[in-house]
Design a protein around this ligand. Structure first.
Ligand code: ZN
Length: 342
């Protein structure tokens, strides 16, 4: 869903050509102003992960007030735009329009190679022991259909369904020959029950992530899996950059930690919940922030500064692997199962 998703494994510039990004700032500002002018109609909410209403105010950024849940540690925007306003926002977003016209066409092949093919291969690895070749995969928010297309090439499922509410994007999915349902989330009329329901960088944008996960669960066969990715607000990059992290923006209303995401999945009726942080970009993003003077060495301390400025590229790679293994990458993946019996 994110117009400029940052994901492994790649260099940031591979997927966001810098010349095409230059004018995008103006489009983003127009989006922020659109939301900012409607703040009075925003709705106060409890924590989207645990439902408790005990927030600590953190800061304002881009017209949004960020809270931290004292109970589960999730960071969330409250008050926030309601569902109808969010629908209007994404339909009219200048940034998404700019992205579709100017950036996506230039980066489509790199994104396919560096983002969607590896993600399809991850899917194969995650469900290798499940013999799903006769199964059904549903992707919610399929965008240009590149993930579904790459999964199809691997022959993992006999039926692949792309749900995509945006007309231009749904047309792209159909152009690739994918079975496409052009409907807003939760209005898709589906006959088949899925073995796997996937969604990538979607839940952080939603008014009510619990309702979305419960709906995702209802699309699954008993024993089926949900597979999703989202930012980890407790990751290296977001911990160090805080408010200055690009992850904290006007679109991300829900910023979960691994444990609060697990809590959300549990509350939505899933079992065998596994949360991992396989991100690969934290070190590169913080190195760039250091070069741009957006973070000072005092905050990093001598050891991290030394690791991040090492000329030995193996050091950065080793550090990133350590972060991923320790649950400290800023990119998170959840796999969880609908119980065999409800
Ligand atoms: Zn909470």
């Amino acid at each position: 869903m994110c117009a400029a998703t940052k994901l492994p494994p790649m260099k940031v510039d591979d997927i966001r050509p810098s010349e095409a990004m230059a004018d995008q700032a103006q489009a983003v500002q127009a989006d922020i102003d659109w939301l900012g002018s409607r703040r009075e109609a925003f709705v106060k909410v409890a924590c989207p992960a645990c439902q408790r209403d005990d927030p600590e105010y953190l800061y304002d950024k881009y017209a949004m007030s960020h809270q931290c849940c004292r109970h589960c540690g999730a960071q969330y925007v409250s008050p926030r735009p309601g569902e109808e306003m969010l629908g209007d926002f994404y339909r009219n977003s200048e940034n998404y329009h700019y992205w579709a016209i100017h950036i996506f066409p230039k980066s489509a092949e790199a994104r396919r190679r560096l983002l969607f093919r590896p993600r399809a291969e991850q899917t194969a690895a995650l469900f290798a022991d499940r013999a799903l070749d006769n199964g059904t995969l549903i992707e919610i928010g399929a965008a240009h259909g590149l993930y579904c297309d790459e999964v199809r090439k691997l022959g993992l499922f006999s039926r692949i369904v792309a749900i995509e509410p945006t007309p231009d994007l749904a047309a792209e999915c159909r152009r690739l020959g994918l079975e496409t349902i052009e409907a807003p989330f939760e209005q898709a009329d589906l006959e088949a029950e899925a073995d796997v329901v996937a969604n990538f960088e979607v839940i952080e944008h939603l008014f009510d992530p619990a309702a979305f996960l419960s709906w995702s669960r209802s699309l699954l066969k008993p024993g089926g899996f949900v597979f999703l990715t989202c930012p980890n607000v407790e990751g290296f990059e977001t911990l160090l950059l805080g408010r200055d992290s690009d992850t904290v923006d006007h679109e991300h209303l829900n910023l979960f930690t691994p444990s609060s995401l697990e809590l959300l999945a549990e509350r939505s009726g899933f079992i065998n919940i596994k949360v991992e942080t396989p991100g690969e970009l934290d070190v590169e993003i913080v190195q760039q922030a250091l070069k741009d003077d957006r973070i000072d060495e005092g905050r990093l301390g001598p050891v991290l500064t030394r690791l991040l400025t090492s000329n030995d590229t193996g050091v950065a790679g080793g550090l990133q692997n350590l972060l991923a293994d320790a649950g400290l990458s800023s990119h998170m993946r959840l796999v969880a199962q609908r119980p065999e019996q409800d």
